[in-house]
Design a protein around this ligand. Structure first.
Ligand code: 5AD
Ligand code: SF4
Length: 472
């Protein structure tokens, strides 16, 4: 019988892509996916270190597996990704029954490492060099971008895919663990990315999301030519079969005019820009070492609005960063009020050992103040989101249909031929409407009749029903 694999993934889209690729490689090695950790032969956690909470959850999940091997001594438990790189052998110390620790730069070794464990070679640990443990080149070499050939059956939907265009980060914002766990910034050659896009298109993929920690810092020199993100977008426009191209996450300082003009001029490029501001206070931005002032962020917002008026912008904010006063927070509120983001992801500052801010500044904003600021900012943002969704009522939007809505799944109705569906507009707005399962994977016109802060509700205008392109 095929070996049963259970995998849990937390964190960002980069982790989702990594898990997808790990699963694809293990399928090739004869594994089958199961959704039961209990019955699995191999349990993998692909982990995130950005906030303490994400790590605590993994350590408690590991804690619950303490006796998992009693009935199945051959069961293998592995920790992958950012926590593996950050905590390394500490994970073995805290959970001695873990068999495998693999950093984000060694994921390609997993099938081989699992074989070793099964053969009785004991615990296996493979991680990259710490950033200060060698020359830049040596550290770079120790983080290998993991982009093997895909298996279309492994994507969340066959018509959508992530494509990594760079790995790592060199920005070293003081609060952030990413540069140490994901290593130096390295852009992949454009020729590889384009080959991957063509392959994905050939497999029926219509939407590609380009991934990078600071995706718009992409730069790669090849054949005497410098490729920027805007150049990649121009080249992707010519890949037939691809209808939409998105890219996340952007770094404000690298939001250059050539990129905005590409977003304006290229019909396939999504008009959705995720550009985290983190704070509206110059004092905080400086302590965070974000590399821009709030005035510069505002200037960038006006360039976006002037160049691509229909663009939607989203942001991330950290509340309760070291020493944040009510005045600092009020400046963040002001930035959120005037920027009219489509939505904002708001996080309470979480001190990460090993970062500059953990070394330099006390984490001195009390938890209840962090919580209050979080709720307050979220309420302001949600009111804006709701207001800005209202003008869509009565309008038609083009939607890429992603699948049955959460609600349909929750009520066990997702297998019905006529079902509530969910899709997204070119500017990343979520649209829910009744439709036919055969419409999954298609671009449809939907007339919007209602809206709240998070969702547009509509009905299908074009009732074209094509061949079935998607089956669960
Ligand atoms: N505490 C809280 N939030 C953080 N982020 C990154 N590091 C931390 C931290 N130490 C947030 C930032 C980033 C998002 C992915 O996570 O807002 O944009
Ligand atoms: Fe972290 Fe800053 Fe790099 Fe984003 S740009 S991954 S917040 S260090």
């Amino acid at each position: 019988m095929a070996k049963q694999l259970y995998i849990e993934t937390v964190g960002c889209q980069m982790n989702m892509l990594d898990s997808e690729l790990v699963v694809a490689s293990l399928r090739k090695a004869g594994y089958e996916l199961t959704d039961s950790a209990k019955n699995a032969d191999t349990i993998l956690f692909n982990t995130c270190s950005v906030r303490q909470h994400a790590e605590d959850k993994i350590y408690s999940a590991l804690g619950r597996l303490k006796h998992a091997k009693t009935h199945n001594p051959g069961k293998i438990i592995g920790v992958l990704g950012c926590m593996a790189q950050k905590d390394q052998k500490l994970i073995f110390e805290r959970a001695p029954y873990v068999d495998l620790i693999v950093g984000p730069g060694q994921l390609h070794q997993i099938p081989e490492l699992l074989e070793k464990i099964a053969a009785g070679d004991g615990q296996q640990l493979e991680v990259s060099l710490d950033r200060k443990a060698g020359s830049r080149h040596e550290v770079e070499q120790s983080f290998e971008s993991y982009d093997p050939l895909r298996d279309p059956s492994m994507r969340p939907t066959p018509f959508q895919a992530f494509a990594r265009i760079m790995i790592g980060c060199d920005k070293f914002c003081t609060y952030c663990i990413v540069p140490s766990v994901r290593g130096p910034e390295q852009s992949r050659p454009a020729s590889q990315i384009l080959a991957e896009a063509r392959q994905l298109a050939g497999e029926g993929c219509r939407e590609i999301t380009l991934l990078g920690q600071t995706v718009n810092s992409y730069r790669h020199e090849a054949d005497g030519r410098m490729w920027r993100l805007s150049d990649l977008l121009v080249a992707l426009e010519d890949v037939s079969g691809i209808d939409r191209v998105k890219f996340v996450t952007n770094y404000p300082k690298d939001m250059t005019d050539d990129l905005l003009q590409a977003v304006r001029d290229l019909p396939k490029v999504s008009t959705y820009l995720h550009v985290p501001a983190q704070s509206g206070s110059n004092r905080m931005l400086k302590m965070m070492k974000r590399g821009y002032t709030v005035e510069e962020y505002r200037e960038m917002m006006s360039r976006i609005r002037a160049t691509v008026p229909e663009a939607t912008v989203t942001s991330d904010f950290i509340v309760g960063f070291c020493g944040e006063t009510d005045e600092d927070f009020a400046e963040t509120v002001e930035l959120v009020r005037e920027s009219r983001f489509k939505n904002s992801f708001i996080f309470k500052y979480s001190e990460r050992p090993g970062t500059k801010s953990a070394d330099l500044f006390p984490d001195d904003v009390p938890e209840d103040v962090k919580k209050r600021r979080n709720n307050q900012l979220l309420a302001i943002q949600n009111a804006i989101s709701e207001e800005d969704n209202q003008p869509f009522i009565g309008r038609q939007v083009e939607v890429l249909v992603e699948g049955p809505s959460k609600n349909a799944i929750k009520h066990g109705e997702d297998e019905r031929p006529v079902v509530q569906l969910v899709g997204r507009t070119m500017c990343d707005r979520i649209v829910v409407f009744d439709g036919n399962r055969r419409q999954i994977g298609q671009l449809l016109d939907v007339a919007v009749y209602d809206a709240n802060a998070f969702t547009l509700f509509g009905s299908v205008v074009t009732s074209h029903v094509g061949p079935e392109v998607y089956s669960l």
